[in-house]
Design a protein. Structure first.
Length: 141
């Protein structure tokens, strides 16, 4: 089994500011950054309002040999203090994503069903029974 864990910091409109801060404070290098406005139209279930387009949908920062993901919440997603850090679980195959997703959602709460999306053959979000939010991501092959 090849599984990778990455911390994912979720913010409410302050991701760009946080990215600049982590570049300075941690010496992070931004290797990927995509705004909500840059998401392909066919990869988005509903239109994005103009005021949301400059917000960061996803970014990848490299600090030493580690990665850190930073992004803003989606328009329909509520963010509460303490919920800012998710764990992104990256796997290579859909069956492994399904197994992990099903295990974590037992007695938990589904935030996004595991499904194909424009950036992954299987992506979903679940908060487990302990209140920890996981993003399950299958690499594109």
């Amino acid at each position: 089994m090849n599984v990778k864990f990455t911390p994912f910091i979720m913010l409410d409109g302050h991701a760009n500011e946080a990215i600049r801060f982590y570049e300075q404070a941690l010496g992070a290098q931004v290797v990927f950054k995509q705004t909500f406005g840059e998401i392909p139209e066919d990869g988005n279930p509903s239109p994005i309002a103009e005021e949301w387009k400059p917000r960061i949908a996803h970014s990848v920062l490299v600090v030493g040999s580690s990665e850190l993901f930073v992004g803003d919440t989606e328009p329909n997603q509520q963010l509460e203090r303490g919920d800012q850090v998710n764990i992104c679980v990256t796997v290579k195959e859909v069956p492994e994503a399904e197994r992990i997703y099903d295990s974590l959602r037992s007695e938990g709460k589904v935030l996004m069903p595991l499904q194909p999306v424009y950036f992954s053959p299987a992506f979903g979000m679940v908060t487990d029974r302990f209140g920890v939010t996981f993003q399950i991501f299958t690499e594109t092959i």
